[in-house]
Design a protein around this ligand. Structure first.
Ligand code: ADP
Length: 397
């Protein structure tokens, strides 16, 4: 009996101890959890403070920017507009939540932003603000990377009024100077040619007159090229877009250049893949191809080859390549080859009657027709100039 009582007492004591232990463990766990919780709250607060600081910094940067910034959400409502944007567009103070049209009140800009939001494609352009301000803004609109419910775009506007004014002054100066040079130059050339036809007393005089004629011709070509560049840049001669069979145009040009090809002992070849029809201005395209073929002939020594390929390119374009087996262009010169007056070898170019403006004209004309131009070349290994233009829709039979 005593044993049973002792046993029960021992059991009870054990239960008490176990209970006490369990409470201690639970208490410890509770304390651990509480401190873990405290640690997390502190971390969270720190992170919140950091992100607050980042947000404030970002807001300060955007507010201080010299460019107007407009952020638009997928619904076309303004999410953010900085003070510069409100100033540029004379927009009301609180733009957030308003419609795009209320913010910029300019159909062209609204269209660009809406297409960036809807199509996810970046847009760039110039816009001239109303007669009151006469300001020109360069805008670039970048869509948000995600196109789900967080669709939207960021538009940045830069005031380029002064830049465009200086560009126009430079353009006008070149155009006016070339125009002024043209009249006296025509007279010099005319008189020199008359003298060259006349009986001259001695060889020195004959030689001098020939030199005057030759140089007047060169100067004339230069003036014509400068005037042409000014005309293209100012957009004073509007381009007329029409479907053109590029392959046939190249064939005709090659036929016309046949005497020069023969004189240079050059072979020519044309390959046309697909319809080869482009949307372009006829005389501009002719000028582009004539310039590229002229260069190919000029810079290819006797025994060489000039080949033209016309073929379809991605994104509904047609690619025209003018390839030659000539001198080639050093790698370091390639990025600058389309700049005006940039020549690899100025002496050679001048000797061959070049003005250094041909490729600049090519680039301007191709860009004005909505196309692209480029070159692949290696010194001593020929050159391949390419032009890509929008393809004309196929003719329905
Ligand atoms: P240029 O009147 O001097 O030919 P362009 O603007 O047409 O002027 O060309 C600029 C320069 O590019 C040329 O001076 C020449 O150095 C180089 N170039 C153009 N086309 C070719 C070519 N097919 N092969 C080698 N060099 C070329």
């Amino acid at each position: 009996m005593i044993e049973i009582v002792t046993g029960i007492a021992a059991l009870a004591a054990a239960a008490v101890v176990a209970g006490w232990l369990a409470r201690r463990v639970a208490l410890r766990r509770g304390e651990d959890e509480a401190s873990e919780l405290r640690r997390r709250v502190e971390q969270g607060e720190q992170r919140l403070q950091q992100s607050d600081a980042q947000r404030i910094l970002l807001e300060m940067v955007i507010a201080a920017m010299g460019e107007g910034v407009l952020v638009v959400g997928g619904s076309g409502r303004v999410l953010l507009a900085n003070p510069r944007l409100r100033e540029l567009f004379s927009a009301p103070a609180a733009l957030e939540g308003r419609s795009l049209l209320e913010a910029v009140r300019h159909a062209e800009v609204v269209d660009a932003i809406e297409s960036a939001v809807a199509g996810g494609v970046a847009q760039v352009g110039d816009v001239t603000l109303g007669p009151a301000s006469e300001r020109t803004l360069r805008f670039s609109v970048a869509p948000f990377p995600s196109r789900d419910e967080r669709a939207g775009a960021v538009a940045v506007f830069r005031d380029v009024t002064e830049l465009r004014r200086i560009e126009a002054v430079r353009r006008d100066f070149v155009a006016n100077a070339s125009h002024e040079l043209k009249t006296p130059l025509t007279a010099i050339r005319g008189f020199a040619e008359r003298l060259a036809d006349a009986e001259l007393p001695d060889a020195t005089a004959k030689h001098a007159v020939e030199a005057i004629v030759g140089n007047a011709k060169r100067l004339g070509a230069l003036v014509e090229d400068l005037l042409e560049l000014s005309r293209i840049e100012s957009g004073s001669v509007p381009l007329r877009a029409e479907p053109i069979a590029a392959g046939e145009l190249v064939q005709r040009l090659l036929r016309e250049l046949d005497p020069r090809l023969r004189a240079g002992e050059l072979e020519s070849e044309i390959t046309i893949e697909g319809a080869g029809r482009v949307i372009a201005d006829r005389s501009a395209l002719e000028q582009v191809l004539a310039n590229l073929l002229d260069n190919a002939i000029k810079y290819t020594p006797a025994g060489g080859r000039v080949a033209v390929q016309v073929r379809p390119a991605p994104e509904a374009r047609v690619r025209i390549e003018v390839e030659d087996s000539g001198l080639g262009i050093p790698r370091k010169d390639l990025p600058r080859i389309f700049e005006r007056f940039y020549r690899v070898d100025p002496g050679r170019s001048r000797a061959l009657g070049g003005t250094g403006l041909g490729l600049a004209i090519v680039k301007h004309l191709v860009q004005a027709m909505g196309g692209q131009v480029g070159v692949e070349s290696q010194l001593g290994d020929g050159s391949r100039f390419w032009v890509e233009l929008p393809a004309a829709p196929a003719i329905q039979s």
